[in-house]
Design a protein around this ligand. Structure first.
Ligand SMILES: O=C(O)CCC(=O)C(=O)O
Length: 233
């Protein structure tokens, strides 16, 4: 079920995650799941989603967002972001000349679609908290797209973790400190990897330096889709 194999995942993890994904990740496996890498408090579950599950998820997301498509937003200063984005959930993250914030509707006036259980299952498996996320931000990285170093801090309470799911092309993920600058560490995230940003990592600066365009066959037009799950209120 799980992709890859090799040193990035243990046989025990492979077994548990295959079972949990087949069953929609039900009770009994959460406690046993541990990240196979922790860097600066960022917990990284490499190869968390099997390639078949990634494909199913991408198809589900395409159908779900048909009426609330990706937009290329501007920052409050009017600069076009290079990622395209949309959201799922009771709140979606947006940016425009009025600022960074969460809104209950897509810029086209429609409610955001609900976060499907397939995605909530990932949160349940790795977040370590009972509360479910309000927002699943979807960022699409085309060739040459990047995301500058930033903190996720438009939420009310930073005790809740944020969880990120990588789909498609590999991306160079940079992890820094609670303040801008200083030493950083980077890792290539691959399709199916999941990162939990909680505790000391919740307010750490992070960003995507670049993607390896064409490195994954998952998305028909290439590129990378990132899902970031957050508790907003
Ligand atoms: O694309 C990623 O892996 C990171 C996304 C991110 O940092 C964000 O949405 O705040």
């Amino acid at each position: 079920m799980l992709q890859g194999g090799g040193p990035r995942e243990s046989a025990e993890m492979t077994h548990k995650m295959s079972i949990s994904l087949e069953r929609g990740i039900c009770c009994g496996f959460y406690g046993a799941m541990t990240p196979n890498l922790t860097i600066r408090g960022f917990e990284i579950y490499e190869g968390f989603l099997a390639s078949g599950d990634q494909q199913t998820l991408v198809e589900e997301l395409r159908a779900l967002t048909a009426a609330t498509p990706m937009v290329q937003p501007v920052t409050p200063s009017g600069k076009k972001m290079s990622v395209r984005m949309t959201s799922l959930g009771s709140k979606g993250w947006i940016t425009d000349r009025s600022g960074y914030r969460y809104e209950a509707q897509h810029p086209n006036g429609l409610d955001w679609p609900a976060i499907p259980d397939s995605i909530l299952s990932i949160w349940r498996a790795v977040s370590g908290v009972d509360r479910l996320p309000d927002c699943c931000l979807m960022n699409y990285y085309a060739e040459a797209t990047r995301m500058g170093m930033h903190q996720d801090k438009d939420e009310a309470n930073f005790d809740w973790p944020a969880v990120s799911v990588s789909l498609g092309d590999e991306a160079l993920f940079r992890m820094g400190n609670d303040t801008r600058g200083g030493k950083t560490d980077s890792i290539w995230l691959r399709s199916g990897d999941v990162v939990v940003m909680g505790g000391s990592a919740r307010l750490a600066y992070h960003g995507i330096d670049r993607i390896k365009f064409g490195s994954s066959p998952l998305l028909a037009k290439g590129g990378r889709l990132n899902l970031t799950l957050r508790v907003v209120d």
